[in-house]
Design a protein around this ligand. Sequence first.
Ligand code: FAD
Ligand code: NAP
Length: 551
Amino acid sequence: MANESGRTNRSHDVVIVGAGISGIYMLHRARQFGLDAIALEAGSGVGGTWYWNRYPGARCDIQSLEYSYSFDEQLQQEWHWPEKYSSQADILDYLNHVCDRFGLRSGIQLDTRVESATYDEERGRWLVATDRGAIDAQFVVMATGSLSSANTPDIPGLDRFAGHLLHTARWPHEPVDFSDQRVAVVGTGSSGVQVAPEIARQAARLYVLQRTASHSLPSNNGPLDPELEASIKAEYAAFREANRRMPAATGAGHLHAIHDESALEVGPDERQRAFEESWTKGGFTFTQTYRDLVVDRAANALASEFIREKIHSIVHDPTVAELLTPKLLIGCKRMCIDSGYYEMFNRPNVELVDVSETPITALTEHHLHVGNRAIEVDAIVFATGFDAMTGSLLRIDIRGRRGVTLREAWDDGPGTYLGLTVAGFPNLFTITGPGSPSALTNVIMSAEHHVEWVTECIDHMRRHGHRTVEATANAQRAWGEHVESVAATSLRTDPTCNSWYLGSNISGKKRQFMLLLGFPAYVERCAEIAASGYDGFQFDTSPAGIGGVAT
Ligand code: FAD
Ligand code: NAP
């Protein structure tokens, strides 16, 4: 606990905030480097995303053999995934297993929310205050997740509703029984398309409230093919390496090779065959059918038309099919991967409610109001997403040099160097932070890359007697320009796009594409910077601190 001077009698080399995929590996890696580290986790269990998002149907949309840690050969050989795409429960089991196998639980403090982190310039250390006391540390690693700050729309009457209010990202631990209930699902992004078909199977009536139709692709999930598993495990290291070379523009780290062709170079019959084949294979294979689906408008339109035809062939009611047909560019939003989403609309107990023109106006005791229509419901499920990339970081009162808060520093949008560090905040690292490829990739792969970069940087500091590391303001500015210029080459930043990538799902948030496209080039850049002796960073060896970094 902190004493009256604000100091604490608990001290560590590294405080890690969060015990999801990133925090768990950060703890393990820090220990491997002989660092005294502790991970603080707000939840009552480890797993992060996979601890919180336990809604029915929650599932990974990257194949299990890829969405798993690569850092330990024995672990990846011994672990068996039952399905091609893992369920939330299986991923959570796996992450608990990793904690046990590597003896990590002793370094994880659960039920502990970090409230603030304050840099002490004199001592070159951080004071991390939690709801259970304070800890002093040389380094703070924010492994707080890019999609961890749940967003519930501010609908008038939320507190008046007498039924069951749920959010996919804060799902209760006990089973929720929707039998005989009238349920509304608000939101049709990745979470909405997963949860709705599960609820439809149970509920008396399901209303799906759609503001924007998403592109959703079938997962074609099933048991993991034992032959595929054996063949990948026979050369797992090479498989991982190949995945790391995949571009983030269409998703890095996926199982399938991206075709080198343009959708515009081939004839209509061949293109139709190729789209059909990818659609049947399932998952992100579709977006990888041609190299230019998210960079060229005409190629994008061809893929969109194929999806439109698919929706119309699946959904019996043509009016519903048309409403479900996305009007936005493929890639504006993250593609959804579903198991029977469009098919669900053929059920007699399911109704699609269009809230694009007339929004949800209010909740009353038993009703959800859309304009003049009052829909009587027993439960409302918000599948309304996250204050992504910055939400969890800004919920913590982080104060760097001269007491400047991160909120102030990011007043004009989040600025980082490499998505890993922020100028003015020495010895603070952000795993999969804004300005890095983060959620545009197989995130477990990005998290491993960041954790390894951070521990190597700390090791470099130890070997050279440095006390602090900090991005220079110039390096950060140039990085921001780089992120922006790369984003401009993609349709994801088209003015017609609105997404959590751009922050436009949160009112008042600055519109800025917060992720970096181009995973392999990014990894190479991070390696070059480390090899150059950390170009763009300033180190301090003096006990008095370096007193501001202007260059
Ligand atoms: P998280 O798992 O978000 O963990 C962060 C942890 O930090 C949380 O446990 C949180 O409680 C804790 N925390 C935050 N703030 C504080 C605080 N102030 N004090 C203490 N603790 C704090 N990515 C993919 O690559 N493929 C997928 O298929 C995929 N599916 C997804 C499905 C869902 C439903 C969601 C929401 C995300 C999905 N993602 C997917 C992205 C996913 O978030 C990452 O893959 C990965 O799990 C992130 O791990 P993390 O440890 O970085 O962050
Ligand atoms: P999301 O993609 O941001 O979708 C939120 C949905 O809620 C959107 O359809 C949005 O409509 C709607 N919405 C928000 N406020 C609303 C309001 N007031 N009225 C009506 N509708 C409203 O969030 P998400 O589905 O939770 O997914 C977030 C990210 O998490 C994904 O992109 C993905 O990276 C990850 N994820 C992955 C999986 C997976 O399959 N593995 C599953 C879940 C999540 P608008 O589009 O009009 O804003």
